[in-house]
Design a protein around this ligand. Structure first.
Ligand code: PRP
Ligand code: ZN
Ligand code: MG
Length: 210
C-alpha cells in the first residue's frame, strides 16, 4: 500500500486529483473527507496543507506527495523529487510597490522584505551580495507593503493578478517552479515497485497530452 499526500485546497488540488484519475485510479472524494482509498490500486490519498507535505513524506507518514518544487526546496529535508509533473507552473518573484524606483538588486540593500520563502530568498540574495531584513509571514504576503510592514515582497506569482491587485510590480525572478511527485527515502521494495507503476502511468498521461 502507498500513501499519497496531495494539497487539500489550493492551486495544485484540482490538477493533482485529475492526474490521479487520468492514471486510471478510481476513488471517491468529498471536500470534507481528508483521507480516501482507491478502489483499483493499492493507494490511499491524504488531503493536507501543501506546506506540511514535504515533512510528512520525509517522516514516512506519507510515502508520496504532490507539491510545488518551491515548497519542497524551501522545506529542505530528505523527501526526494521523483518526477516533474508539468502543471502548476509558477515563479517565486521579488516585487516592489508600483511607484517605487527600482533599477536592480542593489536597490534592495537594507530593505525589509516580507516572504513565505526565507530560505530560497535568503540564498538568492546572499549569492548576489545583497543584505536585507527578511520577515517571514505565512500568507497574504502581498499586503505587507501597503500596511507598512515591508518595503518589498517575495512570493509566488502565477497569473500576476495578486500583484496587480495589490499595487505591486514584479522586478526579479528568484525561482521557477512546477508541481513534482516526491517520495520518502525508505520505500519498501514492494512500495518502490508500485511507485514505478505509478510513474509509468504518469509519464504516459503526459505523453498523450503532447
Ligand atoms: C500564491 C501566492 C498568491 C497567489 C498568486 O499562493 O501566495 O496568493 O498564489 O497567484 P496569481 O499570480 O495567479 O495571482 P499559493 O497558491 O502558493 O497558495 P498558498 O500560499 O496559500 O499555499
Ligand atoms: Zn501553501
Ligand atoms: Mg499564498
Amino acid at each position: 500500500m502507498l500513501r499519497l499526500a496531495i494539497q487539500k485546497s489550493g492551486r495544485l488540488s484540482e490538477d493533482s486529483l485529475t492526474l490521479i484519475r487520468e492514471c486510471g485510479i478510481s476513488f471517491v472524494s468529498s471536500s470534507y473527507k481528508l483521507k480516501t482509498e482507491a478502489t483499483n490500486f493499492p493507494l490511499e490519498i491524504l488531503f493536507l496543507r501543501d506546506d506540511d507535505i514535504p515533512g510528512y513524506v520525509q517522516d514516512g507518514v506519507a510515502d508520496l506527495g504532490i507539491v510545488g518544487q518551491n515548497v519542497l526546496v524551501e522545506a529542505g529535508g530528505s523527501a526526494l523529487e521523483v518526477e516533474a509533473l508539468g502543471f502548476s507552473k509558477c515563479r517565486l518573484s521579488l516585487a516592489v510597490p508600483r511607484a517605487a524606483a527600482y533599477q536592480g538588486l542593489a536597490d534592495l540593500q537594507n530593505l525589509n522584505i516580507a516572504t513565505s520563502y526565507p530560505k530560497l530568498l535568503g540564498s538568492y540574495l546572499a549569492e548576489r551580495g545583497v543584505q536585507a531584513q527578511l520577515h517571514t509571514i505565512s500568507g497574504s504576503v502581498e499586503i505587507a507593503p501597503s500596511i507598512g510592514l515591508a518595503d518589498a515582497i517575495c512570493d509566488i506569482v502565477s497569473s500576476g493578478s495578486t500583484l496587480l491587485g495589490n499595487g505591486l510590480r514584479e522586478v526579479e525572478t528568484v525561482f521557477r517552479s512546477e508541481a513534482v511527485l516526491i517520495a520518502q527515502p525508505n520505500l519498501s521494495p514492494l512500495q518502490a515497485e508500485l511507485l514505478e507503476q505509478l510513474r509509468f502511468r504518469m509519464q504516459a498521461v503526459r505523453r498523450a497530452k503532447r
